[in-house]
Design a protein around this ligand. Sequence first.
Ligand code: MN
Length: 502
Amino acid sequence: MMLGLKPMTLWFVVGTQNLYGAETLAEVARNAETIAAALNTRGLPVEIKAQPIVKTPGEATDICTRANSDPECGGVILWMHTFSPSKMWIRGLSQLTKPLMHLHTQFNRELPWSEIDMNYMNTHQAAHGDREAGFIHTRMRLARKVVVGHWSDRKVHDRIDAWARAARAWHDWQGGKIVRIGDNMRQVAVTDGDRVSAEMAFGFTIDTFGVGDLVAEMAAIPDARVADLAAGYCDLYDVAPDLAPGGSRHEALRHAARQELGLRKFLGDRGAMGMTHTFEDLHGLDQLPGFAPQRLMADGIGHAGEGDWRTSALVRALKVMGHGLSGATSFMEDYTYDLTEGQEVVLGSHMLEICPTIASGKPRVEIHPLGIGGKSDPVRLVFDAVKGDALNASLIDLGNRFRLVVNAVEAVDHPDLPKLPVARTVWRCKPDFATACAAWIHAGGAHHTAFSHDVTTEVLTDFATIAGIEMTLIDDDTRLPRFLHDLRLGEVYYHIDKGFRA
Ligand code: MN
């Protein structure tokens, strides 16, 4: 389930010119429709819509301004079937605000060697038409993804799929709302940052609400709805006997259910895509909301603890990117290590709020003390997580700009954790523990992350390109000296690229 996902389409815009005559142009238009239909048939996260072919400067400008003003258009895929002189694209592309992909393909896979004539050559000339387009994109310093290959190739499809996921998350962020209940955790640096810069860079707003507003919303929920929801938990999870109806601590489960219903109403009324709260501001709440954010995350709502609105937004973005896949995406925190030499692993968890979409079995609902916050024991879902390839992503505020720090990891088996009262996952960092942690720390990556089994580094690379921010990738190819060199280069490049607009 994905709450609040906006409709979106991608536009397939094919460039040509009037030089070739009506018959050729009709063929170009037909081929554009064929490619769009084929890509849609293969299955993409969003539909691709072929647009009228572009033959003149006026049409190029018109299609770009129409893409900007169409609220459902989440990105533009460009392809030059024939030669389309690129000066005619300058005015349009200089105004385009939607994500841009350049598909460098050709309608026919194979050359008809024995029959090829000049007519064929003039109809199928993306080989040089797309180079003319690439020049003007580079000349205009346009950020875009370039995908190369025949449009029916699986690999080409996968490249488009990754970009479509990134574009969809970007589309979701535009006009998106993060609800922050309470402020940032006192004295913590990495979770704080400039909300004005964030809105300028990313398009979403972050608004703070007093916890009392949530408490009032919770109080207004009828008892019968609370009882229904609490009973429903027993069908979904293994509820600890003391929390189950009739159990000695069932009232705590009912309070958690009331928190969930109150939060759903509170966030729903504000059209929020994500939330954050803090254990330092819980006036009027009986327990720190943990179970409720876990349940909301499972429905696609971004969440991060301690007022960390930026990680909340990032969790939401990764949820949207992975929509339709396994769904295994969560807020995460690097919590503690096993430093057995050569087999170092990270135990990732949080004091409560790990998303049950990464659970490997049926989660248990349990209640345990929490040493911070000064409230009653909070209810939470406890589980081990699925194994396999995953990644951690952290979005940090460097003062003059943002950086996305990404580490490819592998979630692995681990011994039982019978006394650990929180959900957890254990991973091995790529390329190795020492390199990954040194690189992460040099890059300034946070302890809070968005963790996902669905999202690939390619999707995040595309996302960073669309957002116009630096991404530092730590994976099997990372070597620390080169990584540090790239950080220094990035410091210069991204400062100049953004100028004084950050
Ligand atoms: Mn935390």
